[in-house]
Design a protein around this ligand. Structure first.
Ligand code: DP6
Length: 324
């Protein structure tokens, strides 16, 4: 028996080997595989309710009705679900994040992972983890990685069907903490979707993509062997390579602020001094400082003392998207 309402929770994730650029923008098939960990304690909770009486899909995020592009992107996923389930009803989608907007954490990954799970369940479908990852990917590429648990690898696949993310280790495998250093920034950013579309204009993108299998292997092995030094070196390299592509694309994307770069210098100094830390940055100015969890309090304290850091948010390794 299928119900018409379902609620799901999922975590955002931070990429260690980054997704930047698609071989198919419409299907969100990436030009390279990526690796991430889910962020525990931070989540999006989404309830989807299919109601035949609704004249159109409705989207409410953190209590506010959303129209325009946000709604179009959600309806696109609902259309895929309606097609699979053979239903026509419109849906009400209510979504809440427990982390503030502008906290330096992309909300689209958690949002589309929760939407994929809640909407498919509400439509009476029981999808496998792989099918859910694939569906979430159509809404936001990185959302494919918020479906499985813990440490996750999103495989390029050969096409739409096998372009899915899988868990490579459960959350309890390795106690890492992401201390997100929030760098004050009033800067209007270019979103990831637009960034992916121009990645190929950078003369460095081909070199980045061609070297990705090597970086993926080093990162995967470092995680599996819990080799922090190798891990820190490869995530910093990967982040720096992605930002080199961003800075050299047309138009150029410069996400870093001076405080961002200052944190890079500090993190490397701290690591040289024996503190297990490494940095990675997404499409923004905030720095994700990854450390062994036993040092998280110390790292957080040091980050808060730096000029330009307005706040620090700490998250351990999170589990899979789940129904509630
Ligand atoms: C820099 O998944 O947000 O965070 O598919 O257009 O929603 P869309 O892009 P998105 O891109 C994430 C880019 C990144 C790196 C990463 O998370 O791998």
């Amino acid at each position: 028996m299928s119900t018409h309402t379902a609620t799901a929770i999922s975590h955002p994730n931070i990429a260690f080997i980054k997704y930047w650029g698609n071989r198919d923008n419409a299907l969100r098939l990436p030009v390279n595989g990526s690796i991430s960990m889910n962020l525990d304690g931070l989540f999006t909770r989404t309830t989807v309710s299919f109601q035949p009486s609704l004249p159109f899909d409705e989207l409410i995020i953190n209590g506010h009705e959303v129209a325009g592009k946000g709604l179009t992107r959600v309806s696109y996923i609902l259309d895929l679900v309606r097609e699979m389930a053979g239903i026509k009803a419109n849906a009400e989608v209510m979504s809440e994040n427990n982390f503030p907007a502008g906290a330096g954490i992309a909300s689209s990954a958690a949002a589309f992972a929760a939407l994929a799970l809640a909407s498919s369940q509400a439509a009476g479908l029981t999808l496998s983890e792989g099918q859910l990852s694939r569906l979430a990917r159509r809404g936001s590429g990185s959302a494919s990685r918020s479906i499985p648990s813990g440490f996750v690898e999103w495989n390029m696949g050969s096409g739409d069907e096998d372009c899915i993310a899988v868990s490579i280790a459960p959350p309890e495998h390795w106690a890492l903490t992401d201390c997100v250093a929030i760098v004050s920034s009033s800067h209007k950013k270019t979103g990831s979707t637009e960034g992916h579309a121009i990645a190929g204009t950078s003369p460095l993108q081909n070199a980045r993509v061609q070297d990705t299998a090597r970086r993926l292997e080093i990162c995967r092995n470092a995680i599996l062997k819990k080799d922090f030094e190798a891990f820190a070196n490869i995530i910093e390299l990967d982040s720096d390579i992605m930002h080199s592509v961003m800075m050299t694309s047309n138009p150029p994307l410069m996400y870093w602020q001076s405080a961002t770069v200052e944190i890079f210098h500090q993190v490397r100094e701290w690591r040289a001094g024996g503190l297990p830390v490494g940095y990675t940055v997404d499409a923004g100015a905030n720095v994700h400082v990854i450390c062994l969890s036993e040092y998280a309090k110390e790292v957080e304290k040091r980050l808060r003392e730096l000029p330009g850091v307005s706040n620090v948010l700490a998250a351990g390794v999170g589990g899979a998207a789940k129904l509630v």
